[in-house]
Each structure stands twice: as structure tokens, then as C-alpha cells.
Design a protein around this ligand. Structure first.
Ligand SMILES: NC(=O)c1ccc[n+]([C@@H]2O[C@H](COP(=O)([O-])OP(=O)(O)OC[C@H]3O[C@@H](n4cnc5c(N)ncnc54)[C@H](OP(=O)(O)O)[C@@H]3O)[C@@H](O)[C@H]2O)c1
Length: 305
């Protein structure tokens, strides 16, 4: 298939683009700068210049393709305080793609987060609708494309997508916080769980979604269903040679910055149905094993940048 990929120059795109190319698909990636275009070319993709605010360009790109994989997100706005604006813009982009693809039978693969289960303590499953949560409107819009003649699916990514390809995700942010404060922190008992996936396993799931997910699928990209946060913090502390300690709740923002509200959440998410549906088998190291490989602790990396 000819696949138009937004965010092809980003972290998840670094796995999705080679995965699609290796399976024989043609990839056209959106690039908003010379640097992003060069990254795409190095990854073997064709380049389409433009950005997320260029709705005419996005429409045309979708019409020229057999499938759209939407990975781009305005993370700069998110981390500098305009998360609401980034979410609203993401929804607008999704609607533009929906209008362009309606009635064509083409494929749209969107991106969201695994979020929290409606039943505290239970792992979230794919059949749970998004009733709240920041990306609920976008997720539900993608699922609803199925009623408009689009073979749509949404990949819910866990908060941690990890590998040597990860330069500015939540793991580098936690490492940066531990480096700057001299403490690898957790909140409360640290028994709350974070799910995770290796970037290459996530890339494989996007390809399978593109090739065979039924219209309206919600897919969970979790390799680890839920890693106790204290174990993540302990691994970071051990690798950096700093103590692992509970951080008082009132100091959460100061210690963890942007992640302060996310760190104490219990977010287990199962991918059993996704694995069965698409025969997706996460094969790369889990989060704790990946941390033990040591690559996240190379001082030369721009951790948290
Ligand atoms: N990685 C994770 O841990 C994680 C976890 C949960 C969900 N997600 C979601 O997964 C998706 C991909 O994340 P990622 O980690 O690959 O993000 P990333 O590394 O920050 O890459 C973001 C991509 O979006 C592009 N982009 C941003 N603003 C743009 C704009 N205005 N116009 C055009 N392109 C723009 C970037 O282009 P440039 O190369 O030009 O900057 C880049 O290709 C996002 O929706 C993200 O929220 C990621």
C-alpha cells in the first residue's frame, strides 16, 4: 500500500517507517523542516513537505494514499503548557483526514494512550470506550470513522515506549529528574503500575493494524501490562548511583515537573485481545530488561531534552 505517515520523523516513526518498508509498503512522510525531511530520507521514506496546520495539504496527501498512519502530535505545545491546544489541534487534523477518506474504504490508523481502567486495580482492556481522559475525543472520532466507510483503528500506546530510539519520552524525563535532584523518586508506596512497550514492538503493531485490523478497532500496544513504578525508580536509581526514595506528594511537581500528575497513577493495560486479533507477539525486551541494557544512562544522551 502507499501509506502517508504523519510524525514519520519522530520516535515511534523510527520503528513504523522501516517496518512498513520491510513489508513492501511505500511510505510518504510529512516533514515540516529540512531536518525532518533529511530524517525521513535517511529512513527510506519519500517526503511530503507541510505541517499539521496545512489542512489542504493533509487532505491531498490522504487522497493520494491508500492508507494514513497518524503519529504526529504537537508535543512542544504539550510540554510548554498548552496541552489543551495540542489536543484540540489533533482532533481537527483527525477530522480533516476523516472527511478526506470518508466512503473510500481506505485505511486510517490513529494514535492514543492506554489510559486508566474504569475499574480501579483492573487492567484496562480494548473493549473499554474512552469516556474521559485527554485523548478520548480523538480516539472515539477514529473509531467512529468505521461508520463512514473507512477501515479505521486506533493504537493506544502506553505512557512508556522504550528502546535505544527513545530520546525524549518519559523514561529520559524520569532519568533527568533523578540526575538533577540526586534522588530517583516515586510517590506513595510506588506500587502503582505503568504499562510499557518496546518501540520496535509498537512499530510491528502499527503495520498489523494497517494490514488487517477490522474497522473501528481499539488496539493496545502493551508489552508489559504494568510495571510497579517503584521498580522503575529503583532501576534508574541503581544505574545512576543515586538513592531511590518516596517523594512527598506536595513536592511531586517540583521533583517530576510535567510528569508530576502522571507518576502516581495506576495504569495497567492488557493487550491480550490485540495479540489474539492480529497475532501480534511483542518480542523485544520489557522495560526493566531494557533499562538494564544501560543505553538510557549514557551521559552523552540529551536526556529529557
Ligand atoms: N513515545 C511515547 O512514549 C508515547 C507514549 C504514548 C503516546 N505517544 C503518542 O505517539 C505518537 C508518536 O509519538 P512520538 O514519541 O513518536 O513523538 P515524537 O518523537 O515527539 O515525534 C512527534 C512527531 O510529530 C511531528 N510533528 C510535531 N508537530 C508537528 C507539526 N506542527 N507539523 C508536522 N509534524 C509535526 C514531529 O515532526 P518533527 O520531526 O519535525 O519534530 C515528529 O515527527 C504521538 O501521538 C504521541 O503522543 C507516544
Amino acid at each position: 500500500m502507499r501509506v502517508f505517515v504523519t510524525g514519520a520523523s519522530g520516535h515511534v516513526g523510527a520503528a513504523v517507517v522501516p517496518e512498513l518498508l520491510a513489508a513492501g509498503h511505500e511510505v510518504v512522510g510529512l516533514a515540516r523542516s529540512d531536518a525532518s525531511a533529511a530524517t525521513l530520507e535517511a529512513r527510506g521514506a519519500r517526503v511530503r513537505r507541510g505541517d499539521l496546520d496545512d489542512f489542504d495539504g493533509l487532505r491531498e496527501a490522504a487522497r493520494d494514499a491508500d492508507a494514513v498512519v497518524h503519529l504526529a502530535f504537537k508535543h512542544e505545545a504539550m510540554v510548554t503548557g498548552d496541552y489543551a491546544g495540542a489536543l484540540a489541534d489533533d482532533l481537527k487534523v483527525i477530522e480533516v483526514f476523516g472527511d478526506a477518506l470518508a466512503g473510500t474504504g481506505k485505511v486510517f490508523v490513529g494514535t492514543s494512550g492506554t489510559g486508566a481502567s474504569s475499574e480501579p486495580g483492573r487492567a484496562r482492556t480494548e473493549d473499554e470506550w474512552d469516556t474521559d481522559g485527554p485523548r478520548a475525543a480523538a480516539t472515539n472520532a477514529v473509531v467512529a470513522f468505521a461508520e463512514r466507510g473507512i477501515r479505521s483503528s486506533v493504537v493506544r500506546l502506553p505512557p512508556v515506549v522504550h528502546s535505544t530510539l527513545d530520546r525524549h519520552g518519559f523514561v529520559p524525563m524520569l532519568i533527568a529528574a533523578a540526575r538533577s535532584t540526586g534522588v530517583s523518586g516515586y510517590l506513595g508506596e510506588g506500587a502503582n503500575r505503568w504499562p510499557a512497550v518496546h518501540t520496535l514492538d509498537a512499530g510491528a503493531l502499527y503495520r498489523l493494524a494497517l494490514e488487517k485490523a477490522p474497522a473501528g478497532s481499539r488496539l493496545h500496544a502493551t508489552g508489559d501490562e504494568g510495571v510497579p513504578f517503584r521498580e522503575i525508580a529503583a532501576s534508574i536509581g541503581r544505574h545512576l548511583g543515586v538513592p531511590t526514595q518516596a517523594v512527598p506528594a506536595e513536592r511531586a511537581q517540583e521533583h517530576f515537573g510535567f510528569l508530576g500528575t502522571l507518576v502516581p497513577l495506576d495504569l495497567p493495560a492488557s493487550s491480550a485481545r490485540t495479540q489474539d486479533l492480529l497475532d501480534w507477539r511483542p518480542a523485544h525486551p520489557g522495560l526493566l530488561a531494557d533499562l538494564d541494557l544501560g543505553h538510557y544512562f549514557d551521559e552523552a544522551l540529551p536526556a529529557g531534552s
